[in-house]
Design a protein around this ligand. Sequence first.
Ligand SMILES: *Cc1c(COP(=O)(O)O)cnc(C)c1O
Length: 365
Amino acid sequence: MATDETAVLSVDLAAIVANWQALCRRGAPGAVAAVVKADAYGLGAARVARQLYAAGCRHFFTAHLSEALPLRPLLPQGMLAVLNGPLPGTEPDYLAHHILPVLGSLDAIDRWTALARREGRPLPVLLHVDTGMHRLGLDAAGLAALAADPLRLAGLELRYLVTHLVAAEMPDDPANAAQLARFAAACAALPQAPRSFANSSGLFLDARFAFDLARAGAALYGINPTPGHANPMRVPVRLNARILQVRNVPAGATVGYNATWRAARPSRIATLGIGYADGWRRALSGRLPAAWPADFDGAPVPLVGRVSMDLTTCDVTDHPALGPGDWLELMGPRCPPDEVAEAAGTNAYEILTGLGPRVVRTYVT
Ligand SMILES: *Cc1c(COP(=O)(O)O)cnc(C)c1O
């Protein structure tokens, strides 16, 4: 098949496995689950989950049931759980595919205990208690109701008690210790079960935060779990874009919408086949310094002018060898997602999950 892709995200699966293993060393003796929601943060959930499974990972989380269903056949053993919780009517899919719900309300608990009665067997679940995020999870009233009436959990096999940190990437934020204390109190009021607390950054707080199961997403994919400090993770992504045309523009000419860049000298402008419709954000216009010739260790190439929907321009005057068909690296170990995010005024999660369907994902192992 003839293809004309001009933007490629190359994903190093071995680096993701190495990141998971490094996180496992931090989480030990607890386990580390792979959070593969949002298509593994845009990298490709099927490939990422399969590779981690082959490396020994046995706990996986998605946000939606629809994300978990296609992964189940790839993960013949092990836990696959849905963070957002089960919507009414989805019960048969959870049961048929051995996908675990994360129950976060009395209503969901009551539905699942009724289901366990109808099925005539205990049903495995995770129980989410809110310790400060105030989005999902049992609130104080729900916890009190369960503490007063433990039979309300009858028929449920509690695999993990779960909560989620509000500010794990900020070690000095008092919210971390407060959530630790609230989680301890909540767990004391509930039946004994293993505990799941830390996300990626939580694993870089002190050892009390690791508990029995951490849930790591960002750090697997090379996002720095310790902002302000050197990134301890490997960056497994490279975003390359292809040069469509190179043109000569005279001194004084402008490039792109609204003429935000003007050539100070006779210049060669290369036009890349990637734009904000691909998740290469318009906010990067004039803010991201450079791209790198992908095939050789050249000097960086300045990006110039506005990022438009399908195109991005750069100044290759000092790179006479570059021409149509050549690839430039826009994001990767030399310019990691965190740096792109900083330039775009957002976080690296949004940069990775925002890469669009026109960006072809390729894999190296
Ligand atoms: C997304 C998510 C995670 C993973 O967080 P990272 O910061 O990407 O490691 C863990 N737990 C919950 C509940 C989440 O929603």
